[in-house]
Design a protein around this ligand. Structure first.
Ligand code: NAP
Ligand code: FE
Length: 359
């Protein structure tokens, strides 16, 4: 068994400004990495700027991270970071900026390397210190070492072999309050998938299950909020963020499984948001596991049976039809990903993958 999350996690209202002094120890110049708009709109970037300025830490803002960030964008940010001599990195946003900031920090540290280094296994994974501030309730990227980038050449996304754990996660529920219903729903479904895929995983241990159990406990009461698409209070937001962070901690130990593996090609080809793409394959995945495991997980998440889950998914994010050619592409894509295939606690062959896709 193994338990390893070297990230100081602070979840409280005002987390960024409350812990501004901790930032000075991390470096002398910061690159702040965000998406295109939301960090400006939800107040998180302003808090970070105030915190850095109060500590007299110079910084540059790189605000060009797209959804499902690409290798090209990471390398563009790395070049700016090296030119600006940044030695610590702070990501604000959903999983896209948080995953990107880890890759940028890694590549800035290895400034003589080309983009190939991102996917080189068994090489030095040292990166400059990273701080993550999540503003969606899905990925848990703030509490794990994963970075998933889009590889245009392969028409899919893939996780880096490097693990770059943030030094610190600063979680303030107020940034989530302004999230649109679609992002709230899609990201909460991503968190649900992390919990399910970690629980029903060949790498699960009692340690990883501890995070899964805590995550389900926080996820389960949110069904009505997800149906309405509206967060009414900071407590609701904090609970949903907690479910997401626990999910991130769980997959830090197990990785994800087939729904995530199938989602990458779907997102690439049809632009389906990450959480929605994973959730598309959730009931199909559950249909393949032993009945007692299926019932355990459904109950933990607050669903009566698979039909109840499917109806909820249809009502919250829709379940898109997948044409045959696309099914072929995503099954082939996953078939080349042995790590994801070996995570499933049942025998996997193409017919099983098609059964999940067509469920
Ligand atoms: P995202 O791609 O980071 O963001 C989705 C959208 O939500 C963007 O338009 C973003 O706007 C907006 N947004 C973010 N926070 C907001 C807020 N508080 N208020 C209003 N709008 C907000 O979405 P995500 O689902 O969180 O992350 C998906 C990415 O994470 C994928 O690349 C996926 O592969 C990765 N992922 C990583 C892990 C992991 O373990 N590390 C796990 C699962 C998924 P802006 O662009 O303007 O910011
Ligand atoms: Fe995910």
């Amino acid at each position: 068994m193994l338990l390893y999350i070297p990230t100081k996690v602070i979840e409280e209202p005002g987390a960024v400004l409350n812990h501004k002094e901790d930032l000075s120890a991390l470096g002398t110049k910061c690159m702040v990495v965000t998406g295109k708009h939301s960090a400006r709109e939800n107040g998180s970037l302003a808090d970070v700027q105030e915190a850095l300025e109060s500590q007299h830490i110079p910084y540059v803002v790189f605000d060009k991270i797209e959804e499902n960030p690409s290798i090209e964008t990471v390398m563009e940010a790395r070049d700016t970071a090296v030119a600006e001599q940044c030695d610590f990195y702070l990501g604000i946003g959903g999983g896209s900026p948080l995953d990107a900031v880890k890759a940028i920090s890694l590549m800035a540290y290895h400034k003589g390397e080309t983009a190939e280094y991102l996917y080189k296994a068994n090489v030095d994974s040292t990166a400059y210190p990273v701080v993550c501030i999540p503003t969606t309730c899905g990925t848990g990227s703030e509490a794990n070492g994963y970075s998933i980038l889009t590889i245009h050449e392969k028409r899919t996304k893939s996780s880096l072999p490097h693990k770059v754990f943030p030094k610190m996660a600063l979680i303030d529920p107020k940034y989530l309050l302004s999230v649109p219903a679609s992002v709230l729903r899609n990201t909460a479904l991503d968190a649900l998938c992390h919990l399910v895929e970690s629980e029903l995983n060949t790498k699960a241990t009692d340690y990883s299950r501890m995070f899964v159990e805590a995550g389900f406990k926080a996820w389960k009461p949110n069904r009505d909020i997800l149906k309405s698409g509206k967060l009414e209070s900071e407590e609701d937001a904090a609970r949903m963020l907690r479910a997401s962070t626990f999910g991130g901690m769980a997959i830090a130990h197990t990785g994800t499984s087939l729904p995530h593996g199938l989602s990458y090609g779907l997102t690439y080809e049809s632009g389906t948001a990450h959480g929605k793409a994973c959730a598309r394959f959730l009931a199909g995945y559950l249909s393949q596991v032993a009945q007692k495991d299926r019932l355990h997980v459904l109950d933990a998440a607050g669903f009566l049976d698979l039909d109840d889950l499917q109806e909820f998914l249809r009502a919250t994010c829709g379940l898109e039809e997948i044409p045959d050619a696309l099914a072929e592409h995503i099954v082939l894509d996953l078939s080349q990903n042995p790590k994801k295939l070996s995570a499933a606690p049942f025998a996997v062959d193409p017919s099983v993958l098609y059964a999940i896709v067509n469920y």
